[in-house]
Ligand binder design. Structure first.
Ligand SMILES: [Zn+2]
Length: 219
């Protein structure tokens, strides 16, 4: 089984992905982890990839494909997160799987309205004490006393990365890169979209159950 997860940063992709891997006994295949591993080991590809990652750019297709190719052809039952990112990568994935008599099972696209992602991210606060760095959320997980860390009593701050304008930019980049991929998988008949209401208290269960029934209908 090969399940691809799509979803902008802030949609809870990681959390839902974990539930899926548990239920279907999949291995999480994350290019982020793979990149970090190669960078840590100082491989030629790792050094090359690091140049792009450290500047916040997408790692070019040829580097990404070289890294994932050998792991992909060996592994079964994967949940793919962060790969493919482009049509070229998607075509390559299809070819690698076809050569091994396999194919993508389903592509799950988690969709949250932009304004909700922006609001949720902007409501995240972290402890200003560098040795603590506890995180809270003024909407979902408020500290006992407003603006004050529960653990060490220091002031809570919003990270620059979480400010609305930064999130907006991050979302723009995400859509620009992912929109073509969504169309591609729609045409392949593999795309399943789940609309998420992050303000519902049962969000995680609802989304997880929807994902399970989608997967069950495809296997
Ligand atoms: Zn603290």
């Amino acid at each position: 089984m090969y399940i691809i997860m799509l979803g902008a940063p802030g949609t809870g992709k990681g959390t839902i992905g974990k539930e899926i891997t548990k239920k279907y006994n999949l291995t999480q295949f994350s290019t982020g982890d793979l990149f970090r591993e190669e960078i840590k080991n100082g491989t030629e590809l790792g050094i090359e990839a690091d140049k792009y990652i450290s500047e916040g750019k997408l790692v070019p297709d040829d580097i990404t494909i070289s890294m994932v190719e050998s792991s992909l052809s060996k592994a079964d039952n994967l949940l793919l997160d962060g790969f493919p990112r482009t049509i070229v990568q998607a075509e390559r994935l299809k070819k690698i799987l076809n050569e091994n008599g396999k194919k993508v099972t389903v592509v799950i696209d988690l969709s949250v309205p932009d304004e909700d992602i922006i609001k949720r991210t902007a409501s995240r606060v972290i402890c200003s004490n560098r040795n603590c760095r506890a995180s809270f959320n003024t909407i979902f997980m408020p500290p006992k006393q407003e603006g004050i860390c529960d653990i060490c009593g220091s002031k809570l701050i919003v990270r620059d990365d979480d400010k609305p304008e930064t999130t907006k930019k991050r979302l723009e980049v995400y859509y620009k890169n992912t929109e073509p991929l969504i169309d591609y998988y729609k045409n392949e008949g593999l795309l399943e979209k789940i609309d998420i209401n992050i303000y519902s208290p049962t969000t995680k269960e609802d989304t997880t159950n929807k994902a399970f029934s989608i997967i069950d209908s495809r296997i």
